[in-house]
Design a binder for this molecule. Sequence first.
Ligand code: FES
Length: 159
Amino acid sequence: MSDHEQDLNAVISRILEERKAYPGALLPILHGIQDALGYVPREAIAQIALGLNLSRAEIHGVVSFYHYFRTSPPGRHTVYLCRAESCQSMGANQLVEHAKAKLGVDFHETTRDGAFTLEPIYCLGNCACSPAMMIDDEVYGRVTPERFEEVIRILKEAA
Ligand code: FES
């Protein structure tokens, strides 16, 4: 087993131990693993199944039901585009199409260079400045396609 796999297993075991007595423990465990690792690795499914006495299929079903959970590592930056009503009325759909074309990915996918993962989000609480997006922890308002490209370019240059 590689060092990387050992590290993953240690994180998964720790979270499993901490949370397996919670009521409805599966979701808190999955959230804990994704918060710690950025995704839910395949190895986690087997460990959780063992720890909670569930089948792998049951856990896989929950992971794939919630789009929030990823099963592969995210890009270095996660770009969230708001799809909720206020942003839609201010051009979010065009922004979404532009962002997908510019990055060459669909929602829940990561660019080939590993730089950006694209995700939808439903209201960032920034409706007064629609359309809104968030990249990592930073919220942007009144995002035009040009502004989107500028922010992406700056992040690429900073890499
Ligand atoms: S609807 Fe987009 S920030 Fe509220």
